[in-house]
Design a protein around this ligand. Structure first.
Ligand SMILES: [Zn+2]
Ligand SMILES: [Zn+2]
Length: 72
């Protein structure tokens, strides 16, 4: 049951290649199978930040690319 995608619709957009979210702390792609968390920046509320399980458990700090807010 892997019937996803709409290849017959001609318009190919950038969104076709879905990139995995990257961890805001370590910059690595977040594996969908791991228990990553996503949250909006507590300061600006604009950026959706992803954090991998490792950085979350190790309390690695992150920095919002939009407002520069740094948090644990
Ligand atoms: Zn990480
Ligand atoms: Zn922010």
């Amino acid at each position: 049951m892997a019937a996803r995608g709409v290849s017959k619709l001609g318009k190919v957009s950038v969104y076709d290649s879905v990139e995995p979210p990257t961890c805001i702390s370590c910059g690595k792609p977040v594996n969908p199978s791991e228990r990553a968390v996503s949250f909006y920046c507590p300061n600006c509320g604009v950026m959706l930040l992803w954090r991998c399980n490792k950085c979350r458990t190790q309390m690695i700090t992150y920095k919002c690319p939009n407002c520069g807010f740094e948090g644990p």
